[in-house]
Design a protein around this ligand. Structure first.
Ligand code: CO
Ligand code: CO
Length: 321
């Protein structure tokens, strides 16, 4: 869920909403409303312009990305609406391919798309408004990290630099295919495992890049973070395009905005940039108690879903070693 509405929070402050667990003063991946002692309703929306050429893949990626914020809260999605902007001259078949991609991805997640709204616009835009249920005591908020926690990441980085390479027509087909498959992957399994691990905090990696989203968690939790550059998984091709400087403007915006909070060891600039690069439908970043992590059932498939990339430490900086 984007946070563009945050400035309006002051406007509502006179009114108290005791059942609103996140939103307004505690913005998170999704708004959460407590229904009763066992259930909270989780609501989010996200939509964007095409990141790939194939309309079916675009629809599927946009849906996976919208549902990701539900998983990032420790919730399970069940219902969604389409939200779309379609140019007048876009062929009908392409429009139905976008919607089919979204619908099939939603179905894979066990979610029904029960309607939606489309407007006309110059550039296509597509995404979902998604609803899920969580247990109010088991929410994975951004501010839940604790010192000494292990930090886990569920998808490799590199979707930004690779889709930018596609726009510049220098992307290799195999690199693009792997990036598309990664963006289409639901964070369902990662979310379920994070719940089993009793994760203290979680978020999904999207437009602010790994460091932007990691810093949001650090700030909200009052902790610092130490990351190991060598441990951070990268998509095939990501380093190659990073060396060529194939970053979109958003990566430099993130660098300018977040670098005051980050200290790098001797790490080449192109590698640093990969950590600022905006991701589409990125993985979950999860903060887990060290003992729980060490003693977790090795047959759970944990190591196939998550990579350990760092630790929560005292302080208020992100250190990258
Ligand atoms: Co979002
Ligand atoms: Co999010």
């Amino acid at each position: 869920m984007a946070q563009v509405l945050q400035p309006f929070a002051n406007f509502y402050q006179q009114v108290d909403y005791p059942d609103l667990i996140t939103g307004l003063e505690q913005p998170d991946d999704a708004a959460v409303w407590k229904l009763d002692d066992d259930r909270a309703l989780v609501v989010t929306t996200d939509f964007f312009t095409p990141v790939v050429d194939n309309p079916y893949d675009y629809g599927s990626i946009a849906a996976a990305n919208s549902l990701s914020d539900i998983y990032a809260m420790g919730a399970k999605p069940f219902l969604a609406l389409n939200i779309a902007a379609i140019p007048n001259d876009l062929p009908k078949e392409m429009v139905s391919e976008i919607l089919r991609g979204g619908m099939e991805k939603a179905r894979e997640a066990g979610v029904v798309i029960a309607g939606g709204h489309t407007i006309q616009d110059k550039e296509p835009k597509y995404g979902l408004i998604a609803l899920g249920f969580a247990h109010p005591e088991k929410l994975m908020v951004k501010g839940g990290m604790r010192e000494c926690d292990v930090l886990l990441l569920s998808k490799p980085l590199g979707t930004g630099v690779i889709t930018t390479a596609l726009k510049k027509e220098i992307a290799h087909k195999e690199h693009l295919q792997t990036a598309i498959a990664s963006m289409q992957e639901l964070n369902a399994k990662a979310g379920a495992l994070a719940l089993e691990l009793n994760a203290h905090g979680a978020t999904d990696i999207t437009g602010f890049g790994l460091l932007g989203h990691a810093w949001e968690m650090a700030k909200a939790s009052g902790c610092g973070i130490r990351l190991r550059m060598d441990a951070i998984p990268l998509l095939p091709g990501a380093e190659e395009y990073a060396k060529k400087g194939t970053f979109a403007g958003g990566a430099f915006d993130n660098q300018a905005f977040y670098s005051p909070h980050v200290e790098f060891d001797d790490i080449p600039e192109y590698k640093q940039m990969l950590l600022f690069d905006p991701q589409t439908s990125g993985g979950l970043l999860v903060s887990v108690d060290e003992e729980t992590y060490k003693n977790f059932n090795p047959k759970s498939g944990l190591s196939e879903v998550f990579t350990e990339i760092g630790r929560v430490i005292p302080g208020e900086k992100i250190l990258v070693r």
